[in-house]
Design a protein around this ligand. Structure first.
Ligand code: FBP
Length: 272
């Protein structure tokens, strides 16, 4: 396995994954704010921004659109995923194999594990197969590590999120993608628990530029590697402007204020 810092998923050891599997996970509702975002070409164009290290998509979108972008966009194959129409215990269907993802052009893979679900055992066994196949092919593995399940209380407490990051380390993920645990201290503990596994924050629902950049800044300050973001980018009319600011915060370690200025906005005093 090549060192992750030598893979296209990272730039200077940092990560900015643009996630675009929402058409499967959430459905068309996520495209309502910016109707152009329903068109994968629109999001592939956004992913050509220098700040984006990889674009995470499902198989159908990769097959249909990646051939036109393979020179300009690095592909992360999100191997499993489930629709929001499913109402059973949390689970995620494996939609393509590592070998096939590699044929389509992916350089890394992503895999959701719902720790705490009644399906955790099967999901972790599926993750094992994907993780081993990916590492044999020098492909880094990103775990979407989301504790969830009908029997799981407090899925979003700082302790549970630190545990989610630890699952990434224990099970062999190169990157663990976790929800923001709510405070800089909690983020630091989450990063500590992940050891050599890089931690990235999951974007979540859309918020103001300032609030979002402040969350990202506290991830970087806590030793996190960056971000895997979907809605906060593609639900903006001008996603490039936010990406300009994210590039500053993640790769240049700028303050939120400097990043907002670069994006042509001014921070309110409490942003820092
Ligand atoms: P967002 O930045 O829009 O939250 O995207 C990250 C992501 O993990 C996507 O890959 C996925 O489609 C979505 O969030 C799942 O969100 P959730 O399961 O929390 O509804």
């Amino acid at each position: 396995m090549i060192p992750i810092d030598d893979s296209p998923l990272t730039r200077d050891g940092k990560v900015l994954i643009l996630a675009y599997d929402h058409g499967l996970e959430h459905g068309p509702v996520d495209f309502e704010d910016v109707p152009a975002s329903a068109d994968p070409e629109h999001v592939f164009d956004v992913a050509t921004h220098d700040a984006v290290t990889s674009l995470a998509v499902q198989k159908g979108i990769a097959e249909a659109y990646y051939p036109s972008y393979e020179d300009d966009v690095d592909l992360l194959a999100k191997l499993n995923g489930t629709s929001n129409l499913w109402r059973g215990e949390h689970d995620s269907a494996v939609n393509w194999s590592v070998d096939y993802a590699r044929e389509v052009g992916a350089s890394s893979v992503g895999f959701t594990v719902y720790g705490g679900s009644n399906n955790e055992i099967e999901m972790v066994e599926e993750f094992r197969d994907a993780q081993e196949a990916a590492h044999r092919n020098d492909m880094p593995v990103v775990m979407w590590s989301y504790p969830r399940g009908n029997g799981l209380r407090n899925a979003s407490t700082p302790d549970t999120i630190a545990y989610a990051a630890r699952l990434g380390l224990e099970l062999g993920a190169d990157v663990a993608k976790v929800k923001y645990p709510g405070s800089p201290d909690a983020m630091e503990e989450t990063v500590r628990m992940a050891g050599k596994t890089k931690v990235v924050m999951s974007g979540g629902s859309k918020r103001s530029d300032e609030e979002f950049l402040s969350n990202v800044k506290s991830v970087i300050d806590a030793g996190g590697a960056g971000l895997a973001v979907g809605r906060n980018v593609f639900q903006r009319e001008n996603p490039e402007r936010l990406l300009d600011a994210l590039e500053k915060v993640i790769f240049e370690e700028s303050s939120v204020e400097e990043a907002l200025e670069a994006a042509g906005q001014t921070a309110t005093p409490e942003a820092e």
